[in-house]
Write a protein that binds this ligand. Sequence first.
Ligand code: HEC
Ligand code: HEC
Ligand code: HEC
Length: 101
Amino acid sequence: MRKVLIILALLAITAQPAMATVGGGDITLQNKGGYVVFSHDLHVGGLDLTCQACHPKLYTTSKQHKTVTMKAMETGASCGACHNSTKAFAMKDNCIKCHTK
Ligand code: HEC
Ligand code: HEC
Ligand code: HEC
């Protein structure tokens, strides 16, 4: 837990210099339903979520990504921790908001 946080902090620092990237930048999640681009800019910069809202409980890095299914997300895993129609728009009926291609 502590170790993961330290690694994340280091990654965040080393990922910064080139551009003013927010957190981990844009992350492309490839899957059978069409690529999903997760935007740190939108979630952190735009929505004011803290890093801890997602790290390290839900995510670490894309290299260590644990693939989840839509079924698992519909019951609260990954994006579904918030995209549950309470905190943010639901997984159901909003496919193209996330699966842009
Ligand atoms: C709404 C959720 C969310 C928030 C808030 C968030 N992140 Fe992330 N972060 C992600 C996801 C999703 C990934 C991709 C991890 C994966 O694929 O499993 C990620 C990955 C990363 C990575 C690794 C990038 C890579 O290419 O592997 C870093 C570094 C990172 N985040 C830093 C931050 C920092 C710093 C903050 C706060 C300023 C932050 N994140 C806030 C969801 C979030
Ligand atoms: C909040 C964003 C979001 C919404 C809304 C969403 N998805 Fe997804 N979906 C994802 C992400 C992210 C992944 C990849 C997960 C991973 O790799 O861990 C995924 C994966 C998938 C997969 C491959 C995994 C599996 O379960 O078979 C399919 C198919 C899929 N989505 C279809 C859909 C359909 C159909 C809808 C609408 C009913 C939908 N998605 C709505 C984000 C979303
Ligand atoms: C910690 C909570 C949280 C997590 C986890 C999270 N989101 Fe979000 N997301 C939000 C909130 C809050 C909004 C803004 C409210 C809304 O649009 O319903 C939002 C908005 C979005 C939007 C903007 C849609 C539009 O209106 O254009 C997209 C796309 C999105 N999220 C994708 C994702 C994907 C993909 C994941 C998983 C990889 C994810 N989010 C995980 C909280 C979260």
